[in-house]
Design a protein around this ligand. Structure first.
Ligand code: FAD
Length: 266
C-alpha cells in the first residue's frame, strides 16, 4: 500500500513523535511505501489568507471558496499546498496523528486541512440535482481511499466514555472523521486513541506501541465506520435530513449517521 502519515506535534522527542516512529517502522516492516508530512518540521503555514492566492488581483476582495477553486483549476495554488494534494492523491491510506488540544486537532493541522482540502479538489465538486447533491459524504476526490486518526489525550478513557464529562470520544472526533474525511470521500477507520498520555510510563508506552502496531498491521482489513452515504437514498435532497422512515435502532445524535453501530477501538 501507499501510505501518507501526517503528524502535528512540535517536539521531536515527544510521545507523539515516538508513536509516529512506531507507525513508520511497522509500515516499513510490512513493505509499504510511506511518505510523511511532519507539519511542524516542515514549518507549515497554518493560516489561509491572501498569500495563498498569488494570482488574485490586488483590487479583488478575497472570497476563499472562489479564490481557492480558481487557483486549483488554473494550477496556481502555492507549491506547499499543491505538494500536499499530490501526496494525498498518491496515497491509498492516510494516517493523521495529533495530540488532542482543547478537544480537537492542533491549529497547524486544522490549517493544513483549510489550505489543502481546497474548493474544486476536496469540496465544491460534483453535480447537484434532485438525486445527487455534489460528490461528498462518501464520494469525492478521496473515494476508495482509507483514513485513520491516531490521537493522544491527557484525559482518561472513562472521561471520554458514553457518560464521561468530556463527552464520548466518538462524538468529539465526529467533525473530523465525518465532517472532513468522510465528507471528502475517505472510508474512515475507527481511531486509535492513547488515553492518559501525560502520565505514560515505560510499560504504558509499550502497551500503546503494541496496540498501535496491531492497528497498523490490520489497516487494510479493518472495517470502516459505517457512515451513511449522502447520495444512496438515506437522506432527503436538498434538505439533507435523514429520512423519517429510516430506523436508527435507538441511536441518537451523531450516531444516526451510521448505518449500524460499530465499536470504537483504542
Ligand atoms: P509528551 O508530553 O511528549 O509525553 C507524555 C508522556 O509520555 C511523558 O510522561 C513522557 O515521559 C512519555 N513519553 C514520551 N516519549 C516516550 C517514549 N519514547 N517512550 C516512553 N514514554 C515516553 N487533553 C485532553 O484530554 N483533552 C484536551 O482537550 C486537551 N487539551 C489540551 C490543550 C493543550 C493546548 C495542551 C498543550 C494539552 C492538552 N491536552 C488535552 C493534553 C494533551 O492531549 C497531551 O498533553 C498530549 O496528548 C500528550 O502527548 P505528547 O506527545 O505531547 O506527550
Amino acid at each position: 500500500m501507499r501510505i501518507l502519515v501526517v503528524l502535528a506535534h512540535p517536539e521531536r522527542k515527544s510521545l507523539n513523535a515516538a508513536l509516529s516512529q512506531v507507525i513508520l517502522d511497522e509500515l516499513h516492516v510490512q513493505g509499504h511505501e510511506v511518505r510523511i508530512s511532519d507539519l511542524y518540521a516542515m514549518g507549515w503555514k497554518a493560516q489561509i489568507d491572501r498569500d495563498d492566492f498569488p494570482e488574485l488581483p490586488d483590487d479583488q476582495p478575497l472570497r476563499i471558496p472562489s479564490a481557492s477553486r480558481d487557483a486549483y483549476h488554473t494550477a496556481s495554488l502555492t507549491d506547499d499546498v499543491a505538494s500536499e494534494q499530490e501526496k494525498l492523491l498518491w496515497a491509498d491510506t492516510v494516517i493523521i496523528q495529533f495530540p488532542l488540544w482543547w478537544f480537537t486537532m492542533p491549529a497547524i493541522l486544522k490549517g493544513w486541512v483549510d489550505r489543502v482540502f481546497s474548493c474544486g479538489f476536496a469540496y465544491g465538486v460534483g453535480e447537484h440535482n434532485d438525486k445527487h447533491w455534489g460528490d461528498r459524504y462518501g464520494e469525492g476526490v478521496f473515494a476508495g481511499k482509507r483514513a485513520m486518526l491516531v490521537v493522544t489525550t491527557g484525559g482518561w478513557e472513562q472521561h471520554y466514555s458514553a457518560r464521561g464529562i468530556n463527552g464520548p470520544m466518538e462524538d468529539l472526533l465526529f467533525p473530523i472523521n465525518h465532517g472532513i474525511l468522510f465528507y471528502a470521500g475517505f472510508e474512515v477507520l475507527p481511531p486509535f486513541v492513547a488515553y492518559r498520555a501525560d502520565n505514560l510510563d515505560k510499560a504504558g508506552f509499550q502497551t500503546a506501541a503494541d496496540n498501535l502496531r496491531e492497528r497498523v498491521r490490520s489497516l487494510a482489513l479493518t472495517d470502516p465506520i459505517p457512515y451513511r452515504y449522502q447520495n444512496r437514498g438515506d437522506y432527503e435532497i436538498p434538505t439533507m435530513v435523514l429520512r423519517q422512515d429510516i430506523e436508527c435502532e435507538g441511536r441518537e445524535g451523531f450516531r444516526i449517521h451510521q448505518a449500524s453501530s460499530l465499536q470504537q477501538s483504542s
